[in-house]
Design a protein around this ligand. Structure first.
Ligand code: ZN
Length: 145
């Protein structure tokens, strides 16, 4: 349950985001037939009847992040799963594939593990950091800390 302060903060944030929030979610969603612009999972469309934090609930994604000079017009927004949008904004998504995001979403929604080859494919072009990640993941899978 959100506190009153959190609510106030969230509303302030929505105002700060400006025109985006005044776009009808429905319009953005229907334009894409509720296909998430991040994972593009045709079997698992965005569900406008759900509410966040449900992973499949709708969210407006900035195709080009505002922080990187993206602007607010309709051409810069797309419908996305709430989960995918969150992942994109917290996980350094830009180099990750839609395939990986679909796998991640499936894990959250259905509990399906991310296939190893999908997982690995995310790191092939990352060099040494990728190998560190891969080793860490391997240890995690084996239950070693
Ligand atoms: Zn998605």
């Amino acid at each position: 349950m959100a506190t009153r302060d959190q609510d106030r903060h969230r509303r302030a944030q929505m105002r700060a985001n400006g025109p985006v929030e005044s776009f009808a979610m429905r319009e953005i969603g229907e334009r894409a037939r509720w296909l998430c612009g991040i994972c593009r999972d045709e079997d698992r469309p965005v569900d406008p009847t759900r509410k966040r934090p449900d992973p499949l609930s709708p969210s407006i994604d900035h195709i080009r992040p505002v922080a990187s000079g993206g602007t607010h017009p309709r051409s810069n927004v797309q419908i996305s799963h709430w989960f995918c949008n969150l992942e994109k904004n917290t996980g350094g998504f830009s180099s990750r594939s839609a395939e990986y995001m679909r796998a991640k979403l499936a894990r959250v929604v259905d509990g399906t593990p991310i296939p190893e080859q999908v997982w690995r494919s995310q790191f092939t072009h990352w060099g040494p950091a990728a190998r560190v990640h891969a080793r860490a993941a391997h240890r995690t899978r084996r239950g070693v800390r």
